[in-house]
Write a protein that binds this ligand. Structure first.
Ligand SMILES: Nc1ncnc2c1ncn2[C@@H]1O[C@H](COP(=O)(O)OP(=O)(O)O)[C@@H](O)[C@H]1O
Ligand SMILES: [Mg+2]
Length: 208
C-alpha cells in the first residue's frame, strides 16, 4: 500500500480541543498541498450518523454498556468501509475526530468493561485499520469540562468528574502501551501554542 494516505486520529476528553486543533491541523496539511478529508467517529457515513443520534439521544439513557459498545463499533465499521479505506487508498489524508482509542478510554477505563474484550471489539469495528499517528490532547478533567460546558471548574464534581479522570488515565495507558502511535499533546495553553505542539508531535510523519 505505497500510495496509502496518512491517517491521523484526535483523542481526548470532551473539551480538550480536538475540534479546534483538528481544523488547524487540516488547514496546515492542506497548505502543504495535500487533500484532506475530515471525519468524526461516531458518524461521517450516513448510517454512522444515524447510529450517532441513537448514542447521543438523552432519551436512550437506559442503554446498557454492551449495547453502547456495539453501537460505537457498528458506526465505526461502516465509516471505515465506506469512507476511511477508500479515501486512504486514493492517497488522501484523513483526520478523524476520535477513533477506537476513545472506546478503550471510555468503555474500558471509564465504564470498566473488560479491556481485552474491548480490544477485540475494536479490531472488528475498525476493520483492522490502524492510525499512522494518534494525538491525545491531555487536559485536567476539571479544565476540559469547564471548557466544554463553559461553566466554572469548581461547579463540576462528583461521579462525572471521577469518570473523566478514569478516561484521561485510560488515554495515558494507551500512550504507554503504544508510544510510537499514540502521542500525548499537552493541551494547556493558547490555541496557537497547542497547535505548535501538534506540528512537533507529527514531525516524523509529516512536515508542516
Ligand atoms: N487552547 C485552548 N484554550 C482555551 N480554550 C480552548 C482552547 N482550545 C479550544 N478551546 C475552547 O474550548 C472549547 C472546547 O474545544 P473543542 O475544540 O470543541 O474541544 P473538543 O472537540 O475536544 O470537545 C471550545 O469552546 C473551544 O473554543
Ligand atoms: Mg469536538
Amino acid at each position: 500500500m505505497s500510495n496509502k494516505g496518512l491517517f491521523i486520529t484526535l483523542e481526548g476528553v470532551d473539551g480538550c480541543g480536538k475540534s479546534t486543533q483538528g481544523s488547524l491541523l487540516a488547514n496546515a496539511l492542506e497548505a502543504t498541498g495535500r487533500e484532506v478529508v475530515r471525519l468524526r467517529d461516531p458518524g461521517s457515513a450516513r448510517l454512522s450518523e444515524k447510529i450517532r443520534l441513537i448514542l447521543l439521544d438523552p432519551a436512550n439513557e437506559d442503554m446498557c454498556y454492551e449495547c453502547e459498545l456495539l453501537l460505537y463499533e457498528a458506526a465505526r465499521a461502516q465509516m471505515v468501509r465506506e469512507l476511511i479505506e477508500p479515501t486512504l487508498a486514493r492517497g488522501v489524508t484523513v483526520v478523524c475526530d476520535r477513533f477506537y482509542d476513545s472506546t478503550y478510554a471510555y468503555q474500558a477505563a471509564g465504564r470498566g468493561l473488560d479491556a481485552r474484550m474491548i480490544d477485540e471489539a475494536n479490531k472488528l469495528g475498525s476493520c483492522g485499520v490502524v492510525p499512522d499517528a494518534t494525538l491525545v490532547f491531555d487536559l485536567a478533567a476539571e479544565e476540559a469540562l469547564a471548557r466544554a460546558t463553559h461553566e466554572g471548574a469548581d461547579r463540576l464534581e462528583g461521579e462525572g468528574m471521577r469518570f473523566q479522570r478514569r478516561v484521561r488515565e485510560g488515554y495515558m495507558q494507551l500512550a504507554k502501551a503504544e508510544p510510537e502511535r499514540v502521542r500525548v499533546v499537552d493541551a494547556v495553553g493558547t490555541v496557537e501554542v497547542v497547535h505548535a505542539r501538534v506540528v512537533e508531535a507529527l514531525r516524523d510523519v509529516v512536515t508542516l
